[in-house]
Unconditional design. Structure first.
Length: 175
């Protein structure tokens, strides 16, 4: 499958919002591994902010967005409560957010390609590590991250208990 990665543009926002909605509809019908909720996360505003901040990347196949990821230097507050492999002020660390694959392209290698792109981009940007959090029940994502060399660090509460998402596993990959 031929996938092209590029920085997200304002013209991608509507398509990203549709991808988020399609994915959440798909998750609502089956096993909702990440625990995402349509209208709560991910939403149009996540795409708008990622594009405004210049850190949202899209994966395109035949001109259609099949996946997307945000690579940020801003951790969520809970990240400061754990001992990471690499101590940093986050200027040389990327945090993965809003890692999405269009439901029509699940199990086609898009997720792995997005992870490979994220790692490659981080190396080119001279980052020393990549971090992410994943809901403890999101077994497919956990398998992918571990397959890509991410190491389990700790389990934390990200304050999403109202949505039934009590515990998140933190992972790090040293580069």
């Amino acid at each position: 499958m031929n996938i092209i990665f590029e920085l997200g543009k304002v013209s991608d926002i509507d398509e990203l919002e549709q991808l988020y909605n399609d994915l959440n509809d798909h998750l609502a019908k089956g096993i909702n591994y990440p625990g995402w909720i349509k209208g709560i996360y991910p939403i149009r505003q996540n795409a708008v902010e990622g594009i405004k901040n210049g850190n949202l990347y899209v994966a395109k196949h035949n001109g259609k967005i099949v996946g997307s990821v945000i690579l940020s230097h801003e951790p969520v507050p809970a990240y400061h409560t754990v001992k990471w492999e690499f101590e940093s002020d986050y200027s040389d660390v990327f945090v993965i957010y809003t890692f999405v694959v269009h439901p029509q392209f699940l199990k086609c290698g898009v997720g792995k390609a997005l992870m490979d792109f994220s790692i490659e981009h981080s190396v080119k940007s001279h980052a020393k590590s990549i971090r992410l959090d994943v809901y403890e029940g999101n077994i497919p994502a956990i398998h992918l991250y571990e397959k890509c060399g991410f190491k389990y660090i700790d389990t934390v509460d990200l304050g999403l208990g109202n949505y039934g998402l009590n515990w998140f596993k933190l992972y790090e990959k040293l580069l």
